[in-house]
Write a protein that binds this ligand. Structure first.
Ligand code: ZN
Length: 205
């Protein structure tokens, strides 16, 4: 049902006619309650479509525009090698939606997560190099085990997160028997001396 000024005036007139007369009001509600509810819902849909202030928390940083001015070219990233020019970019309070109540994707948090992953990957690459250093020195250290010394190498270092929230590292060494216990202990000790105290060593052919 379309909400026109005529419809509104009619509803108002009926309500006024029934004013103070509870019996008349009850009859009116019986006859026109559904119609009034439908009209109110229609109005609600229209208001939601036009997004007035009552439906959104208009962003106080960008006034609902979704983008704003920053004092330098690094904009929401902040600092770094930035040029000294006022620059428009996505608003870092509502992240583009203009609505503080329903912000968009927090790009700063996203980038922080990615940086953390990159940092962890670097640490794992370092762990793999350390493990290979240990293997290079193993034969000279007198380790006797079921090992192909020619091709022995660490092929993977991983950070493991368990379903119970425990985390540890593992390294996979190829060209060694799964039973190469002495080699495993040697590598674990080597890594522990260099600060890596929670590494599991897996060996395989
Ligand atoms: Zn904003």
């Amino acid at each position: 049902m379309q909400l026109t000024p005529e419809r509104l005036a009619e509803l108002r007139r009926r309500l006024e006619e029934a004013h103070g007369d509870m019996g008349a009001l009850a009859r009116w509600a019986e006859e026109h309650g559904d119609e009034l509810l439908e009209t109110a819902l229609d109005l609600d849909r229209r208001l939601a479509y036009y997004e007035p202030d009552m439906y959104i928390k208009r962003c106080s940083a960008c006034h609902g525009r979704g983008r704003r001015e920053y004092p330098d070219t690094s904009t929401w990233r902040g600092g770094g090698y930035a040029g000294q020019a006022i620059t428009v970019d996505i608003c870092d309070r509502c992240w583009g939606t203009g609505d503080e109540g329903r912000p968009g994707t927090d790009l700063r948090a996203l980038i922080a997560d990615l940086s953390l992953m990159t940092e962890q990957q670097r640490r794992l690459q370092h762990l793999r190099r350390l493990t290979n250093d240990a293997l290079d020195a193993a034969e000279a250290a007198g380790i006797e085990d079921a090992v192909n010394w020619g091709d022995l190498s660490c092929v993977e270092a991983a950070l493991v997160l368990t379903d119970e929230g425990r985390s540890y590292y593992w390294v996979i060494i190829e060209e060694a028997s799964p039973d190469a216990y002495k080699l495993g202990v040697y590598v674990r000790d080597w890594l522990a001396k260099r600060g890596w105290t929670d590494v599991e060593v897996l060996t395989e052919w």
